[in-house]
Design a protein around this ligand. Structure first.
Ligand code: GDP
Length: 443
């Protein structure tokens, strides 16, 4: 997600931060580079232009250039503008009505609508403890209803029994009644998709919306389609009162243009991001966190949340307090590595950890998750002293550690370098006033 943009911006900002003083010309040059980076990430032209104009205006005014850390200030202004562009406040689903709350899912065929329906149902059930029912109104695509029923079994969420031949509006009526009678908190309606936006589809959606009066109408779009995703959202939004957008396949989207322009162009918030085929691969979309990820500050909050789901509370607290103090030795790295394995491996954590982005590429190249096992072996071959004070590890010790772990000195070096990068990131967080301070800065 946002990898190339993140790399490009990282380069621009490293150069800015590297200077003591900044001139207006420096800022303008940097902003031209930011503009190119945004356009290469497939951000809509007017959105990129406005972004750069806003940031430039703020950055050359307000005594920013005369401040003690002008580079840092400019990055903060970019961060704030990015959060704004992504939609400022995080908005999750608003299901605060007398049950059943209705969530209607709309979108083109193949966008990931049915999968996303099941993902959201799973989340509502597991995280929020809601009693959820799903119903497929898709009578066009063969087996669409069966597909949802299968997914329902997988996530252990009830689905409306299928009556062959029944039409969408009638299915919606029946689903409403069943949800009411059986005391469901949330009813999710998965509507039919089409290959293109067409009037028959829109009319059917409107008819269903009239009957169901949904609290949320979520449009599912494929982020890989870039600006097309934004156009599709615009089209749907003209016809039905969308409450939000879910962007799927963010796992494969290195550019991020749809995510970056969606809010500015359509005015609709992105509520969730689909990040994989598995049914737990869904993330709430928090603009401040995403901006943090793009700017390479790491998405510490999501990371800690994810961690909290799979590790013991004490571990998490110990880790958080060490991070807050800017401490990070090889014992910490080791416990992070084993947590990473438990949390679904490297892919799942891409870019979330501060300073991990660069290390990530190297890790994937080196063989992905297998490498985690090697790294663990390397750390295990160190003495307790070495783990606590990695600077002790000289060439001779490296040879011993490589032998002991059945790896090579090169691998030991790689691990130490990765640790160094992470430790530096932790120190940076501390400088910004710890995680809390960083979050405050991120808005
Ligand atoms: P629908 O026609 O819109 O209902 O699409 P489906 O829900 O059947 O999804 C189409 C394909 O996209 C399936 O193979 C899904 O597993 C896949 N898919 C859905 N969401 C994601 C996602 O976020 N990431 C990835 N990689 N694949 C996804």
């Amino acid at each position: 997600m946002f990898d190339s943009l993140s790399d490009r911006l990282g380069g621009v900002f490293d150069r800015l931060r590297g200077r003591g003083a900044l001139t207006e010309g420096d800022v303008r040059t940097a902003m031209r580079e930011v503009r190119v980076a945004l356009l290469e990430a497939d951000v809509a032209l007017p959105v990129a232009r406005k972004f750069v104009d806003d940031v430039t205006e703020k950055a050359i005014g307000h005594n920013v250039l005369r401040s003690v850390t002008p580079g840092q200030q400019v990055v903060k202004i970019v961060n704030d503008a990015l959060v704004e562009m992504l939609g400022a406040d995080a908005s999750e689903l608003d299901l605060n009505v007398s049950p059943p709350a209705i969530v209607m899912m709309v979108g083109l065929q193949g966008s990931g609508k049915t999968t996303t329906t099941a993902k959201i149902a799973r989340r509502l059930k597991g995280r929020d403890g809601k009693k959820v029912m799903m119903a497929s109104l898709d009578v066009n695509r063969p087996n669409a209803q069966e597909q949802l029923a299968t997914l329902g079994t997988q996530v252990e969420v009830a689905t409306l029994p299928i009556i062959p031949g029944q039409q969408p509006v009638d299915i919606a009526r029946r689903a409403l009644q069943a949800a009411k009678l059986q005391g469901f908190d949330v009813l999710m309606l998965d509507t039919a998709g089409r290959l293109h936006v067409d009037q028959a589809l829109m009319d059917e959606m409107k008819a269903v919306a009239d009957i169901a009066r949904p609290q949320e109408i979520l449009l599912v779009v494929d982020s890989l389609t870039g600006q097309d995703a934004v156009n599709v959202a615009q089209n749907f939004s003209d016809q039905v009162p969308l409450t939000g957008v879910v962007l799927t396949r963010m796992d494969g989207d290195a550019r991020g243009g749809a995510a970056l322009s969606m809010r500015a162009v359509t005015g609709k918030p992105i509520k969730f991001a689909g990040t994989g085929e598995k049914l737990d691969a869904l993330e709430a979309f928090h603009p401040a966190r995403v901006a943090g990820r793009i700017l390479g500050m790491g998405d510490v909050v999501s990371l800690v949340e994810r961690a909290a789901e799979s590790i013991q509370q004490e571990d998490a607290e110990r880790m958080a307090s060490r991070m807050a103090k800017g401490q990070f030795d090889l014992n910490d790295l080791r416990s992070q590595l084993s947590q990473m394995r438990r949390m679904g491996g490297l892919g799942a954590l891409a870019g979330m950890m501060p300073g991990m982005k660069k290390a990530q590429g190297a890790l994937q190249q080196a063989g992905g998750d297998k490498v985690l096992t090697h790294m663990d072996a390397v750390i295990s071959s160190m003495t307790a002293k070495e783990r606590a004070k990695p600077e002790l590890i000289n060439a001779k010790r490296k040879i011993r550690i490589a032998k002991g772990s059945g790896t090579t000195v090169q691998e030991v070096n790689k691990l130490l370098k990765m640790h160094q990068e992470m430790a530096t990131a932790m120190k940076r967080i501390k400088k910004m006033g710890g995680i809390k301070g960083m979050m405050a800065m991120l808005g």
